[in-house]
Design a protein around this ligand. Structure first.
Ligand code: NAP
Ligand code: GLV
Ligand code: GLV
Length: 322
């Protein structure tokens, strides 16, 4: 049995790096282009030394037990690792790694795709055009929100939050943020960003973009009460994890006019979307494609592979989580 198992195919060059390092017989890839079902995953990981997994694979204590004592490294091909119970890994001396930094700019670009697209109604406008409904240019047609000079709020001022804030300089925006830790004065200066309370972030943001991880304290954080504190023109953008936002409450807020628009890349129960949200013309919805560029997905796969190679060779991996 191959000592390395990949739960899904990755870009060819990165796979080749793994084959060059350990030989073809030591590398096995799940052959189907789908999420490996849980029962199959439990069987497939048994006796492996390394597993390269996706954010869609659930790694709880039971899964680590299924893998058994041979497992040395679990390399998540994502920066977010809320799919992995890290304590359970540490207790069993399994190194967990993720893919930070390499996807920061691509994901910030997608946050901006949603900021601009939701504010200017691009999804709705395109649906309208393709449906053959467009009559003529008109002064009152498809009016959205201006972005230039407005206030951008960032929730979670980490790598992607900062990259998203940096792009706002070009739009002459005021940047405010709330996060677990306040950034240094120097960093705040370079981003032209000020720290505010969570309530101030809700009340003052014209665009509020979420970039925190999914943690117990961020689960369901944005709900009806939070939306009611936001501007009725506000644009809510989420490229973090779906469960940070209560999807049913978001749909309600978009329908009631508690907020103006939403741009959403991540959902509570992917790939399911709350039916009421699907009904909202003022929501721009994308299928979790934050890091989906050829360059970035290739870099993520390389990094996941480098993490595996390092651990199996007894070295410190480039990006460990535990
Ligand atoms: P990061 O650098 O760790 O940034 C997360 C930030 O959130 C940190 O500044 C952290 O604070 C802050 N934070 C932690 N707990 C918080 C809390 N309870 N309240 C407020 N802020 C809190 O991570 P990243 O690389 O920017 O990635 C952020 C998230 O984006 C990932 O966890 C992942 O879920 C998501 N993501 C999604 C996609 C996509 O395809 N849509 C792509 C990449 C990433 P400290 O500074 O104190 O640590
Ligand atoms: C994608 O969602 C990631 O966390 O890398
Ligand atoms: C619009 O197309 C304009 O020229 O103002």
């Amino acid at each position: 049995m191959a000592k390395i198992f990949l739960t899904r195919a990755i870009p060819e060059q990165a796979l080749q790096l793994l084959i060059d390092a350990f030989g073809e017989n030591e590398v096995e890839v799940y052959p189907h282009d789908q999420i490996i079902p849980r029962d199959e995953l439990e069987k497939a990981v048994h006796g492996r030394e390394a597993v390269l997994c996706m954010l869609t694979d659930p790694w709880d204590a039971k899964m680590f037990d299924a893998a058994g004592a041979s497992l040395k490294v679990l390399a998540n091909c994502a920066v977010g690792y809320n799919n992995i119970q890290v304590d359970a890994a540490s207790e069993r001396n399994v190194t967990v790694t993720n893919t930070p930094d390499v996807l920061t700019e691509a994901t910030a670009d997608l946050a901006w795709t949603l900021i601009m697209g939701a504010s200017r109604r691009s999804g709705e406008a395109e649906r309208y055009l393709r449906a053959g409904k467009w009559g003529s240019w008109s002064p009152n047609f498809m009016l959205g929100n201006e972005i230039y000079g407005k206030t951008l709020g960032i929730y979670g001022m980490g790598r992607i939050g900062r990259a998203t804030a940096r792009r706002a300089l070009g739009f002459n925006m005021k940047v405010i943020y709330h996060s677990r830790t306040q950034r240094s004065a120097e960093e705040e200066g370079s981003l032209n960003a000020s720290y505010v309370s969570f309530d101030e972030l809700l009340e003052q943001s014209d665009v509020l973009s979420i970039h925190s991880p999914l943690l117990p304290e961020t689960t369901g954080l944005f709900g009806a009460e939070e939306f009611s504190k936001m501007k009725d023109t506000a644009v809510l953008v989420n490229t973090s994890r779906g469960p940070v936002v209560q999807e049913a409450a978001l749909a309600q807020a978009l329908k009631n006019g508690d907020i103006g628009f939403a741009g959403i890349d991540v959902f509570e129960k992917e790939p399911e979307i709350h039916p009421e949200l699907l009904d909202c013309e003022n929501a721009l919805l994308l299928p979790h494609i934050g890091s989906a560029t050829l360059e970035t997905r290739t870099a993520m796969a390389y990094l996941a592979v480098e993490n595996i190679i390092a651990v199996l060779n007894g070295k410190t991996p480039p990006t460990p989580v535990n």
